[in-house]
Design a protein around this ligand. Structure first.
Ligand SMILES: [Zn+2]
Length: 155
């Protein structure tokens, strides 16, 4: 399988992400999300973004997906946002972001590639069905931290 470590050697957490995908492939989605401290996935009306991740008051992540997007697009966004948890120290509460500030653009490439590999290794169709079954279930208040992925920017 493709290796994030080979494509993103400048990110020490690439190897952790590779191992994580390998270890969790085929496991249930909730199990995978729980392991990354993602407590909630919300389908919400987002105007300018296909997804986002934030940290809630309880110190766990939540992910927002755009209710205008197709299940396939939201499955890709979900993988993308899961990837963002890998530049956080999950042993801290709340998880601490250790991404160098000059890596803000490169991390978006990392997340895109992570999502491709993650979907492939998890039979993307299965995940698209699960994500397609999620309902628009909230109008969450904005939390403190967001990593927004712009729509159609390929990032
Ligand atoms: Zn992103």
């Amino acid at each position: 399988m493709d290796s994030l470590q080979r494509q993103f050697p400048q990110f020490p957490f690439s190897i952790i992400a590779d191992e994580w995908i390998r270890f969790f492939k085929g496991k249930s989605l909730p199990e995978q999300l729980r392991d990354r401290r993602i407590a909630r996935v919300l389908i919400a009306p987002l105007l300018f973004s296909s997804g986002g991740i934030g940290i809630a008051e309880d110190g766990n992540f939540f992910i927002l997906l755009n209710d205008m997007n197709l299940p396939g697009e939201n499955a890709e966004s979900l993988g993308h946002e899961i990837a963002h948890t890998f530049h956080h120290d999950l042993t801290q509460n709340p998880p601490k972001n250790f991404l160098p500030s000059d890596a803000a653009e490169l991390i978006e490439d990392f997340c895109r590639v992570f999502s491709e590999i993650w979907l492939r290794e998890n039979e993307g169709e299965r995940l698209r069905r699960i994500v397609g079954g999620l309902k628009n279930n909230s109008r969450e208040k904005s939390p403190a931290i967001f990593y927004f992925k712009r729509k159609n920017s390929g990032s």
